[in-house]
Ligand binder design. Structure first.
Ligand code: HEC
Length: 175
């Protein structure tokens, strides 16, 4: 005997209740994988929600000060590294006009910013520049927006010297 509550509302009497139950089951089986897939898609579409966002720089890293003192020697050594590693994208003077910049933009959708722009410089702490050089910008799926240099330039001293050099790009371009 069907309990009173299951009959109410369906309006289709005995066997109808059974059929409804079956329909609900089939529906659940069909829908469950769809719901799971759409949840995955939602995650992929919102990379900023990812805990290890490649653009985010931890507070402690941002606040680090450059331990290197500005000197001609430090700047010259950094310039050698800039020519070797950075110029192809960022350009000789840092305007973001290196030979690879446009190609890079086409392939990755990101062109390097103009590092000689005082607004860009003001928005960056020394610690942030150091972090960026060390960690690069590597989006999900190993999409390299900017390579990381902590392996290619393992010396922290040399990377801090590059920070000094990046700071020179603004004033140097004005000369
Ligand atoms: C393959 C091209 C490429 C190379 C090589 C490269 N970068 Fe970048 N860099 C980028 C792109 C693209 C960005 C992201 C856009 C931007 O912020 O300028 C970026 C961002 C930066 C930023 C942060 C700018 C900001 O406003 O947040 C700094 C600083 C920087 N690069 C310095 C360097 C230095 C120093 C080197 C060499 C050791 C280097 N880059 C090598 C492409 C490159």
């Amino acid at each position: 005997m069907m309990p009173e509550w299951s009959r109410a509302g369906t309006g289709c009497g005995r066997g109808g209740g059974e059929m409804m139950k079956q329909l609900v089951w089939v529906g659940a089986l069909v829908l469950a994988p769809l719901v799971a897939v759409s949840a995955l898609e939602r995650q992929a579409a919102d990379p900023t929600k990812d805990a290890d966002d490649p653009y985010e720089i931890p507070e402690a890293a941002r606040e680090r000060r450059n331990p290197m003192v500005r000197s001609d020697l430090a700047l010259r050594s950094a310039q050698t590294l800039w020519k070797k590693h950075c110029e192809s994208c960022h350009g000789v003077t840092g305007r973001g006009d290196g030979p690879d910049a446009r190609l890079h933009e086409k392939r990755k959708g990101h062109a390097p910013r103009n590092l000689t722009n005082p607004k860009v410089q003001d928005n960056l702490t020394d610690g942030e520049i150091f972090w960026r050089i060390s960690k690069g910008i590597i989006e999900e799926g190993n999409n390299v927006i900017m390579p990381k240099y902590e392996d290619k330039i393992p010396s922290e001293t040399e990377r801090w010297q590059l920070v000094l050099f990046v700071r020179e790009l603004g004033p140097a371009a004005k000369r």
